[in-house]
Design a protein around this ligand. Sequence first.
Ligand SMILES: *Cc1c(COP(=O)(O)O)cnc(C)c1O
Length: 335
Amino acid sequence: MNLTLSDILAAQKTIAGKVVRTPLLPSRHLSAVTGAPFFLKMETMQPTGAFKLRGATNAAQNVPEGTHTLTCCSTGNHGRGVAYAARNLGLKAVICMSSLVPQTKIDGIKALGAEARIVGSSQDDALAECLALAQEDGIAEISPFDDPFVIAGQGTVGLEILEEVPDLKTLLVPLSGGGLAAGVALAAKTITPSIRLIGLTMDRGAAMKASIDAGHPVEVPEVASLADSLGGGIGLTNKLSFRMCRDLLDDVVLVTEEEIYRAMQVLYYEDSHVAEGACVVGIAACLSGKLTGLTGPVATIITGRNVDMDQFTRVVTGQDIKLGDYHLKGAAYGA
Ligand SMILES: *Cc1c(COP(=O)(O)O)cnc(C)c1O
């Protein structure tokens, strides 16, 4: 199947009033650093703290008649979106997650009345569990990224950005399973074909990048990262998001944990935003000079705020961080 702009426009109608139309804020600091007008799309302001509420809401509104329970696998934010959408529709929700998911995200899901099921140590283990559950009558599975309604819902982020800055030249999109990048790229490139779309992710476990390079979906080992929301594979049987990201993204750029750490400090100290490591990959690439020939206006999506506060505090106070067996050497901001 092929999604078009009309699917994203339909999603915009479906989710209106159920999700927040988030502000697009100019960043004085990042404009000065990059020499281009630089905007931040604040998806941190969704009631669930992340953009994933858009796709989850659109998909939940479109499940088959007779569905009583929604299930999904998640690195945390999609699960919270599905739990929120289920509660609004009077449905049950079972969210399957691996042991890599931070406790704060699990707590957020339970607080919405959903069941949080922790299975295995990777996103693949969580996916297997929810697919098994979805065999039962009345239980609908909502993929975090490889679902047409989810992709169309995430695409509304792109619509809103271009409604506000119609002459946007470059859009930096955090990339994991590619639901966000696929939807946003489809919206942006249909409206403005000349726009440059860059996907960004961490260099440790970059499944979409490895898959695009290989020409087909491949698996990469999943490890702990400051950008925990970008962890997990794209699914070996990926139907939509792989093809769309491969065809619509102009480039995929990888950043290191050290660059993510630094960018979290910059966003906090210069723009006063609390955001997950996953959100700052675009900023990290700009700061480290990995994006050359950047033409403005530029926008990036600050995708979520559901950080582990202990870890966040360590980052902004310049302390070392342990990520599994990786030791990240800290440094105070401005040092
Ligand atoms: C899920 C997520 C992403 C990546 O979105 P995909 O559609 O999986 O590429 C980025 N940032 C945050 C905060 C997320 O929760």
